[in-house]
Write a protein that binds this ligand. Structure first.
Ligand code: PMP
Length: 444
């Protein structure tokens, strides 16, 4: 039964287990937004495999792609040989790209995880520019392998590794325009302007200590950082600043991609055309797949310069292509925008009665509710002190009500909603109801 399975997991698996601690359940079956435990209990899943399951669990389109591919007798894994499935996935992927980018794009299939693709993107730009350093932002999350970890902001995940990971050179940390806790003590658009000005001045200061970098890497909406959207104007400034200084701009779309934020790719909201995009999670339709897509001017690797055994497997190509096309066909990015806006507005409306809610933010179905100490002092950005303990109680209260969601952001004080894009109106209502109750309970 569930208890003995959990007991054996505790005895045999690594002490680094995370989700298993917050959600001590043993999933048996899942469909759409619902996970059913071995004990028959049902949960609404607002985590979606950390954003991987754009179509929810076991979507018919994904199951059909799997069945068809297995039955066809196609080889499951052939390194980077051409296959009809890979060809079809590449078509499907290129159809989703902004036209200006697609026309000049090349794709590189990476190891199966987001962090592999981040490593590849940084390395590609190091090869292309002959430079080493990387510009990355406060609150950023790019992965757990050495280079990606170095670019990640969270000290908590960097500290266990002596030196905090290595990016083949130094990482310069720049301020992300996090309006609620703006690094310059000023919120809103003005805070974002200050962040952009600081970045530009720092890069141009001959005594600023920044050696000319190989790339800037940025998330258009920070995910693990607490569902923090960057203003479009700020992102356009980053594009201008990098272009004027001949610094390649990499946009990490691992979590924001495939309709999640209300556009197919989050970078599209701003109209920015990056030099490279990093993609994983939802592009595989639930199976592991990661790629970098970049401007052909950077296609400078010699054969074998960046290999790896598992560069996309046939099943993931098939489930990925089916997912990418379904999101377009069913207008799921638009749906994410509509449902996301409604959820965000309703949560915002709760602020006056539930003062634990310090900030509600996000884009599309990437939503953050920052839990604060309502008695704490108000600072110059209009924010109150973080309350990670209370946020953890909200998460527990949600789980007790059959709602799975994850915490993130500074000190883990932001409750994050990452439901599948196929969430129904009734499910959205149910999420709101359970979350509101859990926040009210944690307030008591
Ligand atoms: N980049 C971003 C923006 C992410 O959110 C994540 C995962 N949360 C990664 C990279 C790393 O992906 P993976 O966990 O698959 O290595």
């Amino acid at each position: 039964d569930a208890d003995s399975i959990l007991e054996r997991q505790r005895a045999r698996e690594s002490s680094a287990r995370t989700y298993a601690r917050s959600f001590p359940i043993v999933p048996a079956r899942a469909h759409g937004m619902t996970i059913e435990g071995t004990d028959g209990r049902r949960y609404l899943d607002c985590l979606s495999g950390a954003g991987t399951l754009a179509l929810g669990h076991n979507h018919p389109v994904v199951r059909e792609a799997l069945r068809r591919t297995i039955d066809s007798g196609a080889p499951l894994h052939v390194l980077d040989l051409a296959t009809p499935e890979k060809d079809d996935f590449t078509d499907a992927l290129f159809e989703t790209l902004p036209k200006e980018f697609a026309d000049r794009a090349r794709v590189h299939f990476c190891g199966p995880a987001g962090t592999d693709a981040v490593e590849a993107a940084l390395k590609l730009m190091q090869t292309a520019t002959g430079r080493r350093g990387v510009l990355a932002f406060t609150g950023a999350y790019h992965g757990m392998t050495a280079g990606a970890l170095a670019a990640t902001g969270s000290v908590a995940v960097k500290e266990p590794v002596p030196g905090g990971g290595a990016a083949g050179g130094e990482v310069t940390r720049l301020p992300y325009p996090y309006a609620y806790r703006c690094p310059f003590g000023v919120g809103g658009e003005r805070g974002a302007e200050l962040a952009a000005t600081y970045t530009e001045r720092l890069l141009d200061d001959p005594s600023g200590g920044v050696v000319r970098p190989a790339a800037m890497i940025v998330e258009a909406v920070q995910g693990e950082g607490g569902a923090v959207p960057a203003p479009d104007g700020w992102l356009r400034e980053m594009r201008r600043i990098t272009r004027e200084r001949d610094i390649p701009l990499i946009v990490d779309e691992v979590q924001t991609g495939v309709g999640r934020t209300g556009a197919y790719w989050a970078v599209e909201h701003s109209g920015v055309v990056p030099d490279a995009m990093v993609m994983s999670k939802a592009i595989g339709g639930g199976l592991p797949l990661a790629v970098i897509v970049y401007d052909r001017d950077y296609d400078g690797w010699l054969p074998g310069a960046h290999t790896g055994t598992f560069r996309g497997n046939t099943l993931a190509m098939a489930t990925g292509a089916a997912t990418l096309r379904y999101v377009t066909r069913e207008g799921l990015a638009e749906r994410a925008a509509t449902v996301g806006a409604r959820l965000t507005a309703r949560l915002e409306g709760l602020r006056s009665e539930l003062p634990l809610i310090g900030d509600v933010r996000g884009r599309g179905l990437m939503i953050g509710v920052e839990i604060v100490d309502p008695e704490g002092p108000l600072d110059s950005c209009g924010s109150r002190p973080v309350a990670p303990g209370t946020a953890a109680r909200v998460q527990e209260g949600c789980l007790a009500r059959g709602l799975i969601l994850e915490l993130g952001g500074r000190f883990g004080s932001t409750v994050r909603l990452l439901p599948p894009l196929v969430i129904t109106d009734e499910e959205a209502e149910s999420v709101l109801e359970r979350l509101t109750e859990a926040i009210a309970e944690a307030s008591a």
